[in-house]
Design a protein around this ligand. Structure first.
Ligand SMILES: Nc1ncnc2c1ncn2[C@@H]1O[C@H](COP(=O)(O)OP(=O)(O)OP(=O)(O)O)[C@@H](O)[C@H]1O
Ligand SMILES: [Mg+2]
Length: 405
C-alpha cells in the first residue's frame, strides 16, 4: 500500500490538499482512503459532503470509511476522533507503569520517561488508521499541524525503543515471580505495554515503508517557508521521505492586486531556491473556497498535472551503513541542516543518538558498528542529498581473538 501524509503549519491548506491529492489518486485508478484525525472534521466539508442531502452529520461522524459521492473513482473518507477513541486500556495503566517498571529493576529515569510520554493515544489512532486502510491501494492522511505531527512521527521509534529498554527481564519470568512479585494490575500493565509495543512497530512500518512519503504544504510567506524548511530537515533526519512541497494560495492573475501578485511570485522563487532539491508545486489562490469534487479536480490539474499524485519524485531520505576498507560510515539524511545544529553520541547500549535542535533520533547500531568507535562526523553531499556522515573505526579491543562483541 502507498501512504502519503499531508503535513504543514496550521491553516496552510493541509485538508484541502489532502482532498485534492486523494481525488487525483482515485481518478488515476487507485482504491483510495483519505483520513483525518482532526476533531474539527472539515474533510467531509471540503469534499462537498454537506448541503441538501441531510446526510452531512451522518458522514461527519461515521466510524467506518464512507464512499465519497461523485468522486471520479474509488474514494472513501474516514474522520477519526482521537479523543473519543482514546485507548482506555493504555490510559488506565499509564499511572501503574512507572511503579511497575521501577519494581522490576528498570532505571527510574527510564520508567518515568515511558510513563510520561504524551501522545501515545495519537499513535494508537494512527494504528487504527492502519487497520482501516487494509485493502486500499492508497492512503492519504490529513495530518495535524507540524509540531504535533513531528512529535507523532518521532514517537513510534522512540517509544518502541524505550519499551524494549524497559524490559530487562522477560515478562514470563516476571510472571513466575508470582503473586508476591506481581500484582494483577502489574500483569495488566505489562500486557498493555507489550501490546503498545507491537502496535507501534506496525505504525512505524506503515509510515516509513518504501511506499510512504510526507508532502509539505506551505504558503508564500517568509515565516511559513522558514518553518517548512525546518520541518523538512527534521522529517528527513527522522527517516521520513519528503516527496515534495506545495506552496498554496499563490495569487496569480488579474483578480489580485499587482503588489500581492509580485510578492507571491518572489516568494515562490524563494521557495524553489530553498527547496532546490525537491519538486516545488503551487496552488493558485482561488477566488472561491475550493470545496467540492469539481473545484478540487481543477486544483489537482494545476498542482499535480500529470505527475503521480502520491510521489512527486524527490530523492528518498536515507539511513545507510557503508563500508570503505577498514572504516564504516553511517549516513543520515539531514537536508538543509548546519553541522552546528547537530549533535551525536553513542549510548552504553550501543545506540547512536542524533540530536537536531529539540528533535532526537535514536538509531540502534548494527552489530558491526557496535564493535567500532565513532571517529568523526561530517556533512556530505550524496545522491540522496545532504547527509550527516558518522565515521566509525574498528575498536581493536573488541575485534581481538576471543573478544566478544
Ligand atoms: N488554494 C486555495 N485558495 C483559496 N482558499 C483556499 C485554498 N486552499 C485552502 N483554502 C482555504 O483556506 C482555509 C484553510 O484551508 P484548510 O482547511 O485546507 O487548511 P488546514 O491546513 O487543513 O487548516 P488546519 O490546520 O486548521 O486543519 C479553508 O477555508 C480553505 O477553503
Ligand atoms: Mg485541516
Amino acid at each position: 500500500m502507498r501512504v502519503l501524509l499531508v503535513a504543514g503549519k496550521g491553516g496552510v491548506g493541509k485538508t484541502t490538499l489532502a482532498a485534492v491529492t486523494a481525488i487525483a489518486a482515485a481518478r488515476d485508478g487507485a482504491r483510495t482512503l483519505v483520513v483525518s484525525t482532526d476533531p474539527a472534521h472539515s474533510l467531509t466539508d471540503v469534499l462537498g459532503m454537506t448541503g441538501s442531502t441531510g446526510r452531512a452529520e451522518e458522514w461527519r461522524s461515521a466510524s467506518e470509511p464512507t464512499a465519497v459521492p461523485g468522486a471520479p473513482g474509488d474514494l472513501d473518507v474516514l474522520q477519526i476522533d482521537t479523543r473519543a477513541r482514546l485507548d482506555s486500556s493504555w490510559s488506565s495503566v499509564r499511572s501503574t507503569v512507572e511503579g511497575l517498571l521501577g519494581g522490576v529493576g528498570v532505571d527510574p529515569l527510564v520508567a518515568q520517561e515511558i510513563a510520561a510520554i504524551p501522545g501515545v493515544d495519537d499513535v494508537l489512532a494512527l494504528q487504527e488508521v492502519g487497520i482501516h486502510a487494509r485493502g486500499y491501494d492508497a492512503l492519504v492522511v490529513d495530518c495535524a499541524p507540524t509540531a504535533e505531527t513531528l512529535r507523532l512521527l518521532a514517537l513510534p521509534e522512540a517509544l518502541d525503543r524505550l519499551v524494549a529498554r524497559g524490559f530487562p527481564i522477560d515478562r514470563r519470568i516476571a510472571r513466575l515471580l508470582g503473586p508476591a512479585g506481581m500484582t494483577a494490575a502489574s500483569v495488566d500493565a505489562l500486557d498493555a505495554l507489550e501490546r503498545v509495543s507491537r502496535e507501534l512497530s506496525a505504525v512505524r512500518a506503515l509510515i516509513t515503508g518504501p511506499g510512504s512519503a510526507v508532502r509539505l504544504v506551505t504558503t508564500p510567506e517568509r515565516v511559513v517557508l522558514a518553518e517548512t524548511h525546518r520541518a523538512r530537515t527534521t522529517l528527513a533526519m527522522l527517516g521520513h521521505h519528503v516527496d515534495g512541497v506545495v506552496v498554496n494560495r499563490v495569487a496569480v492573475g488579474d483578480e489580485w492586486p499587482p503588489p500581492l501578485v509580485e510578492r507571491h511570485r518572489d516568494m515562490l522563487v524563494a521557495a524553489r531556491d530553498r527547496f532546490a532539491d525537491l519538486p516545488v508545486r503551487f496552488a493558485p489562490y482561488s477566488g472561491v473556497e475550493p470545496v467540492g469534487i469539481d473545484e478540487l479536480l481543477g486544483l489537482a490539474d494545476v498542482v499535480l498535472g500529470t505527475s503521480d499524485p502520491l510521489d512527486l519524485g524527490a530523492p528518498r531520505a536515507v539511513t545507510d551503513v557503508r563500508a570503505d576498507g577498514e572504516r564504516w560510515f553511517l549516513d543520515v539524511s539531514v537536508p538543509g541542516a548546519e553541522l552546528a545544529d547537530l549533535d551525536i553520541a553513542v549510548t552504553a547500549d550501543g545506540d547512536l543518538v542524533v540530536d537536531l535542535g529539540p528533535h532526537r533520533r535514536v538509531i540502534a547500531l548494527p552489530p558491526v558498528l557496535r564493535r567500532c568507535e565513532v571517529s568523526g562526523a561530517s556533512l556530505d553531499l550524496t545522491d540522496a542529498g545532504q547527509v550527516l556522515r558518522v565515521h566509525f573505526d574498528r575498536d581493536l579491543t573488541r575485534w581481538s581473538a576471543g573478544a566478544r562483541p
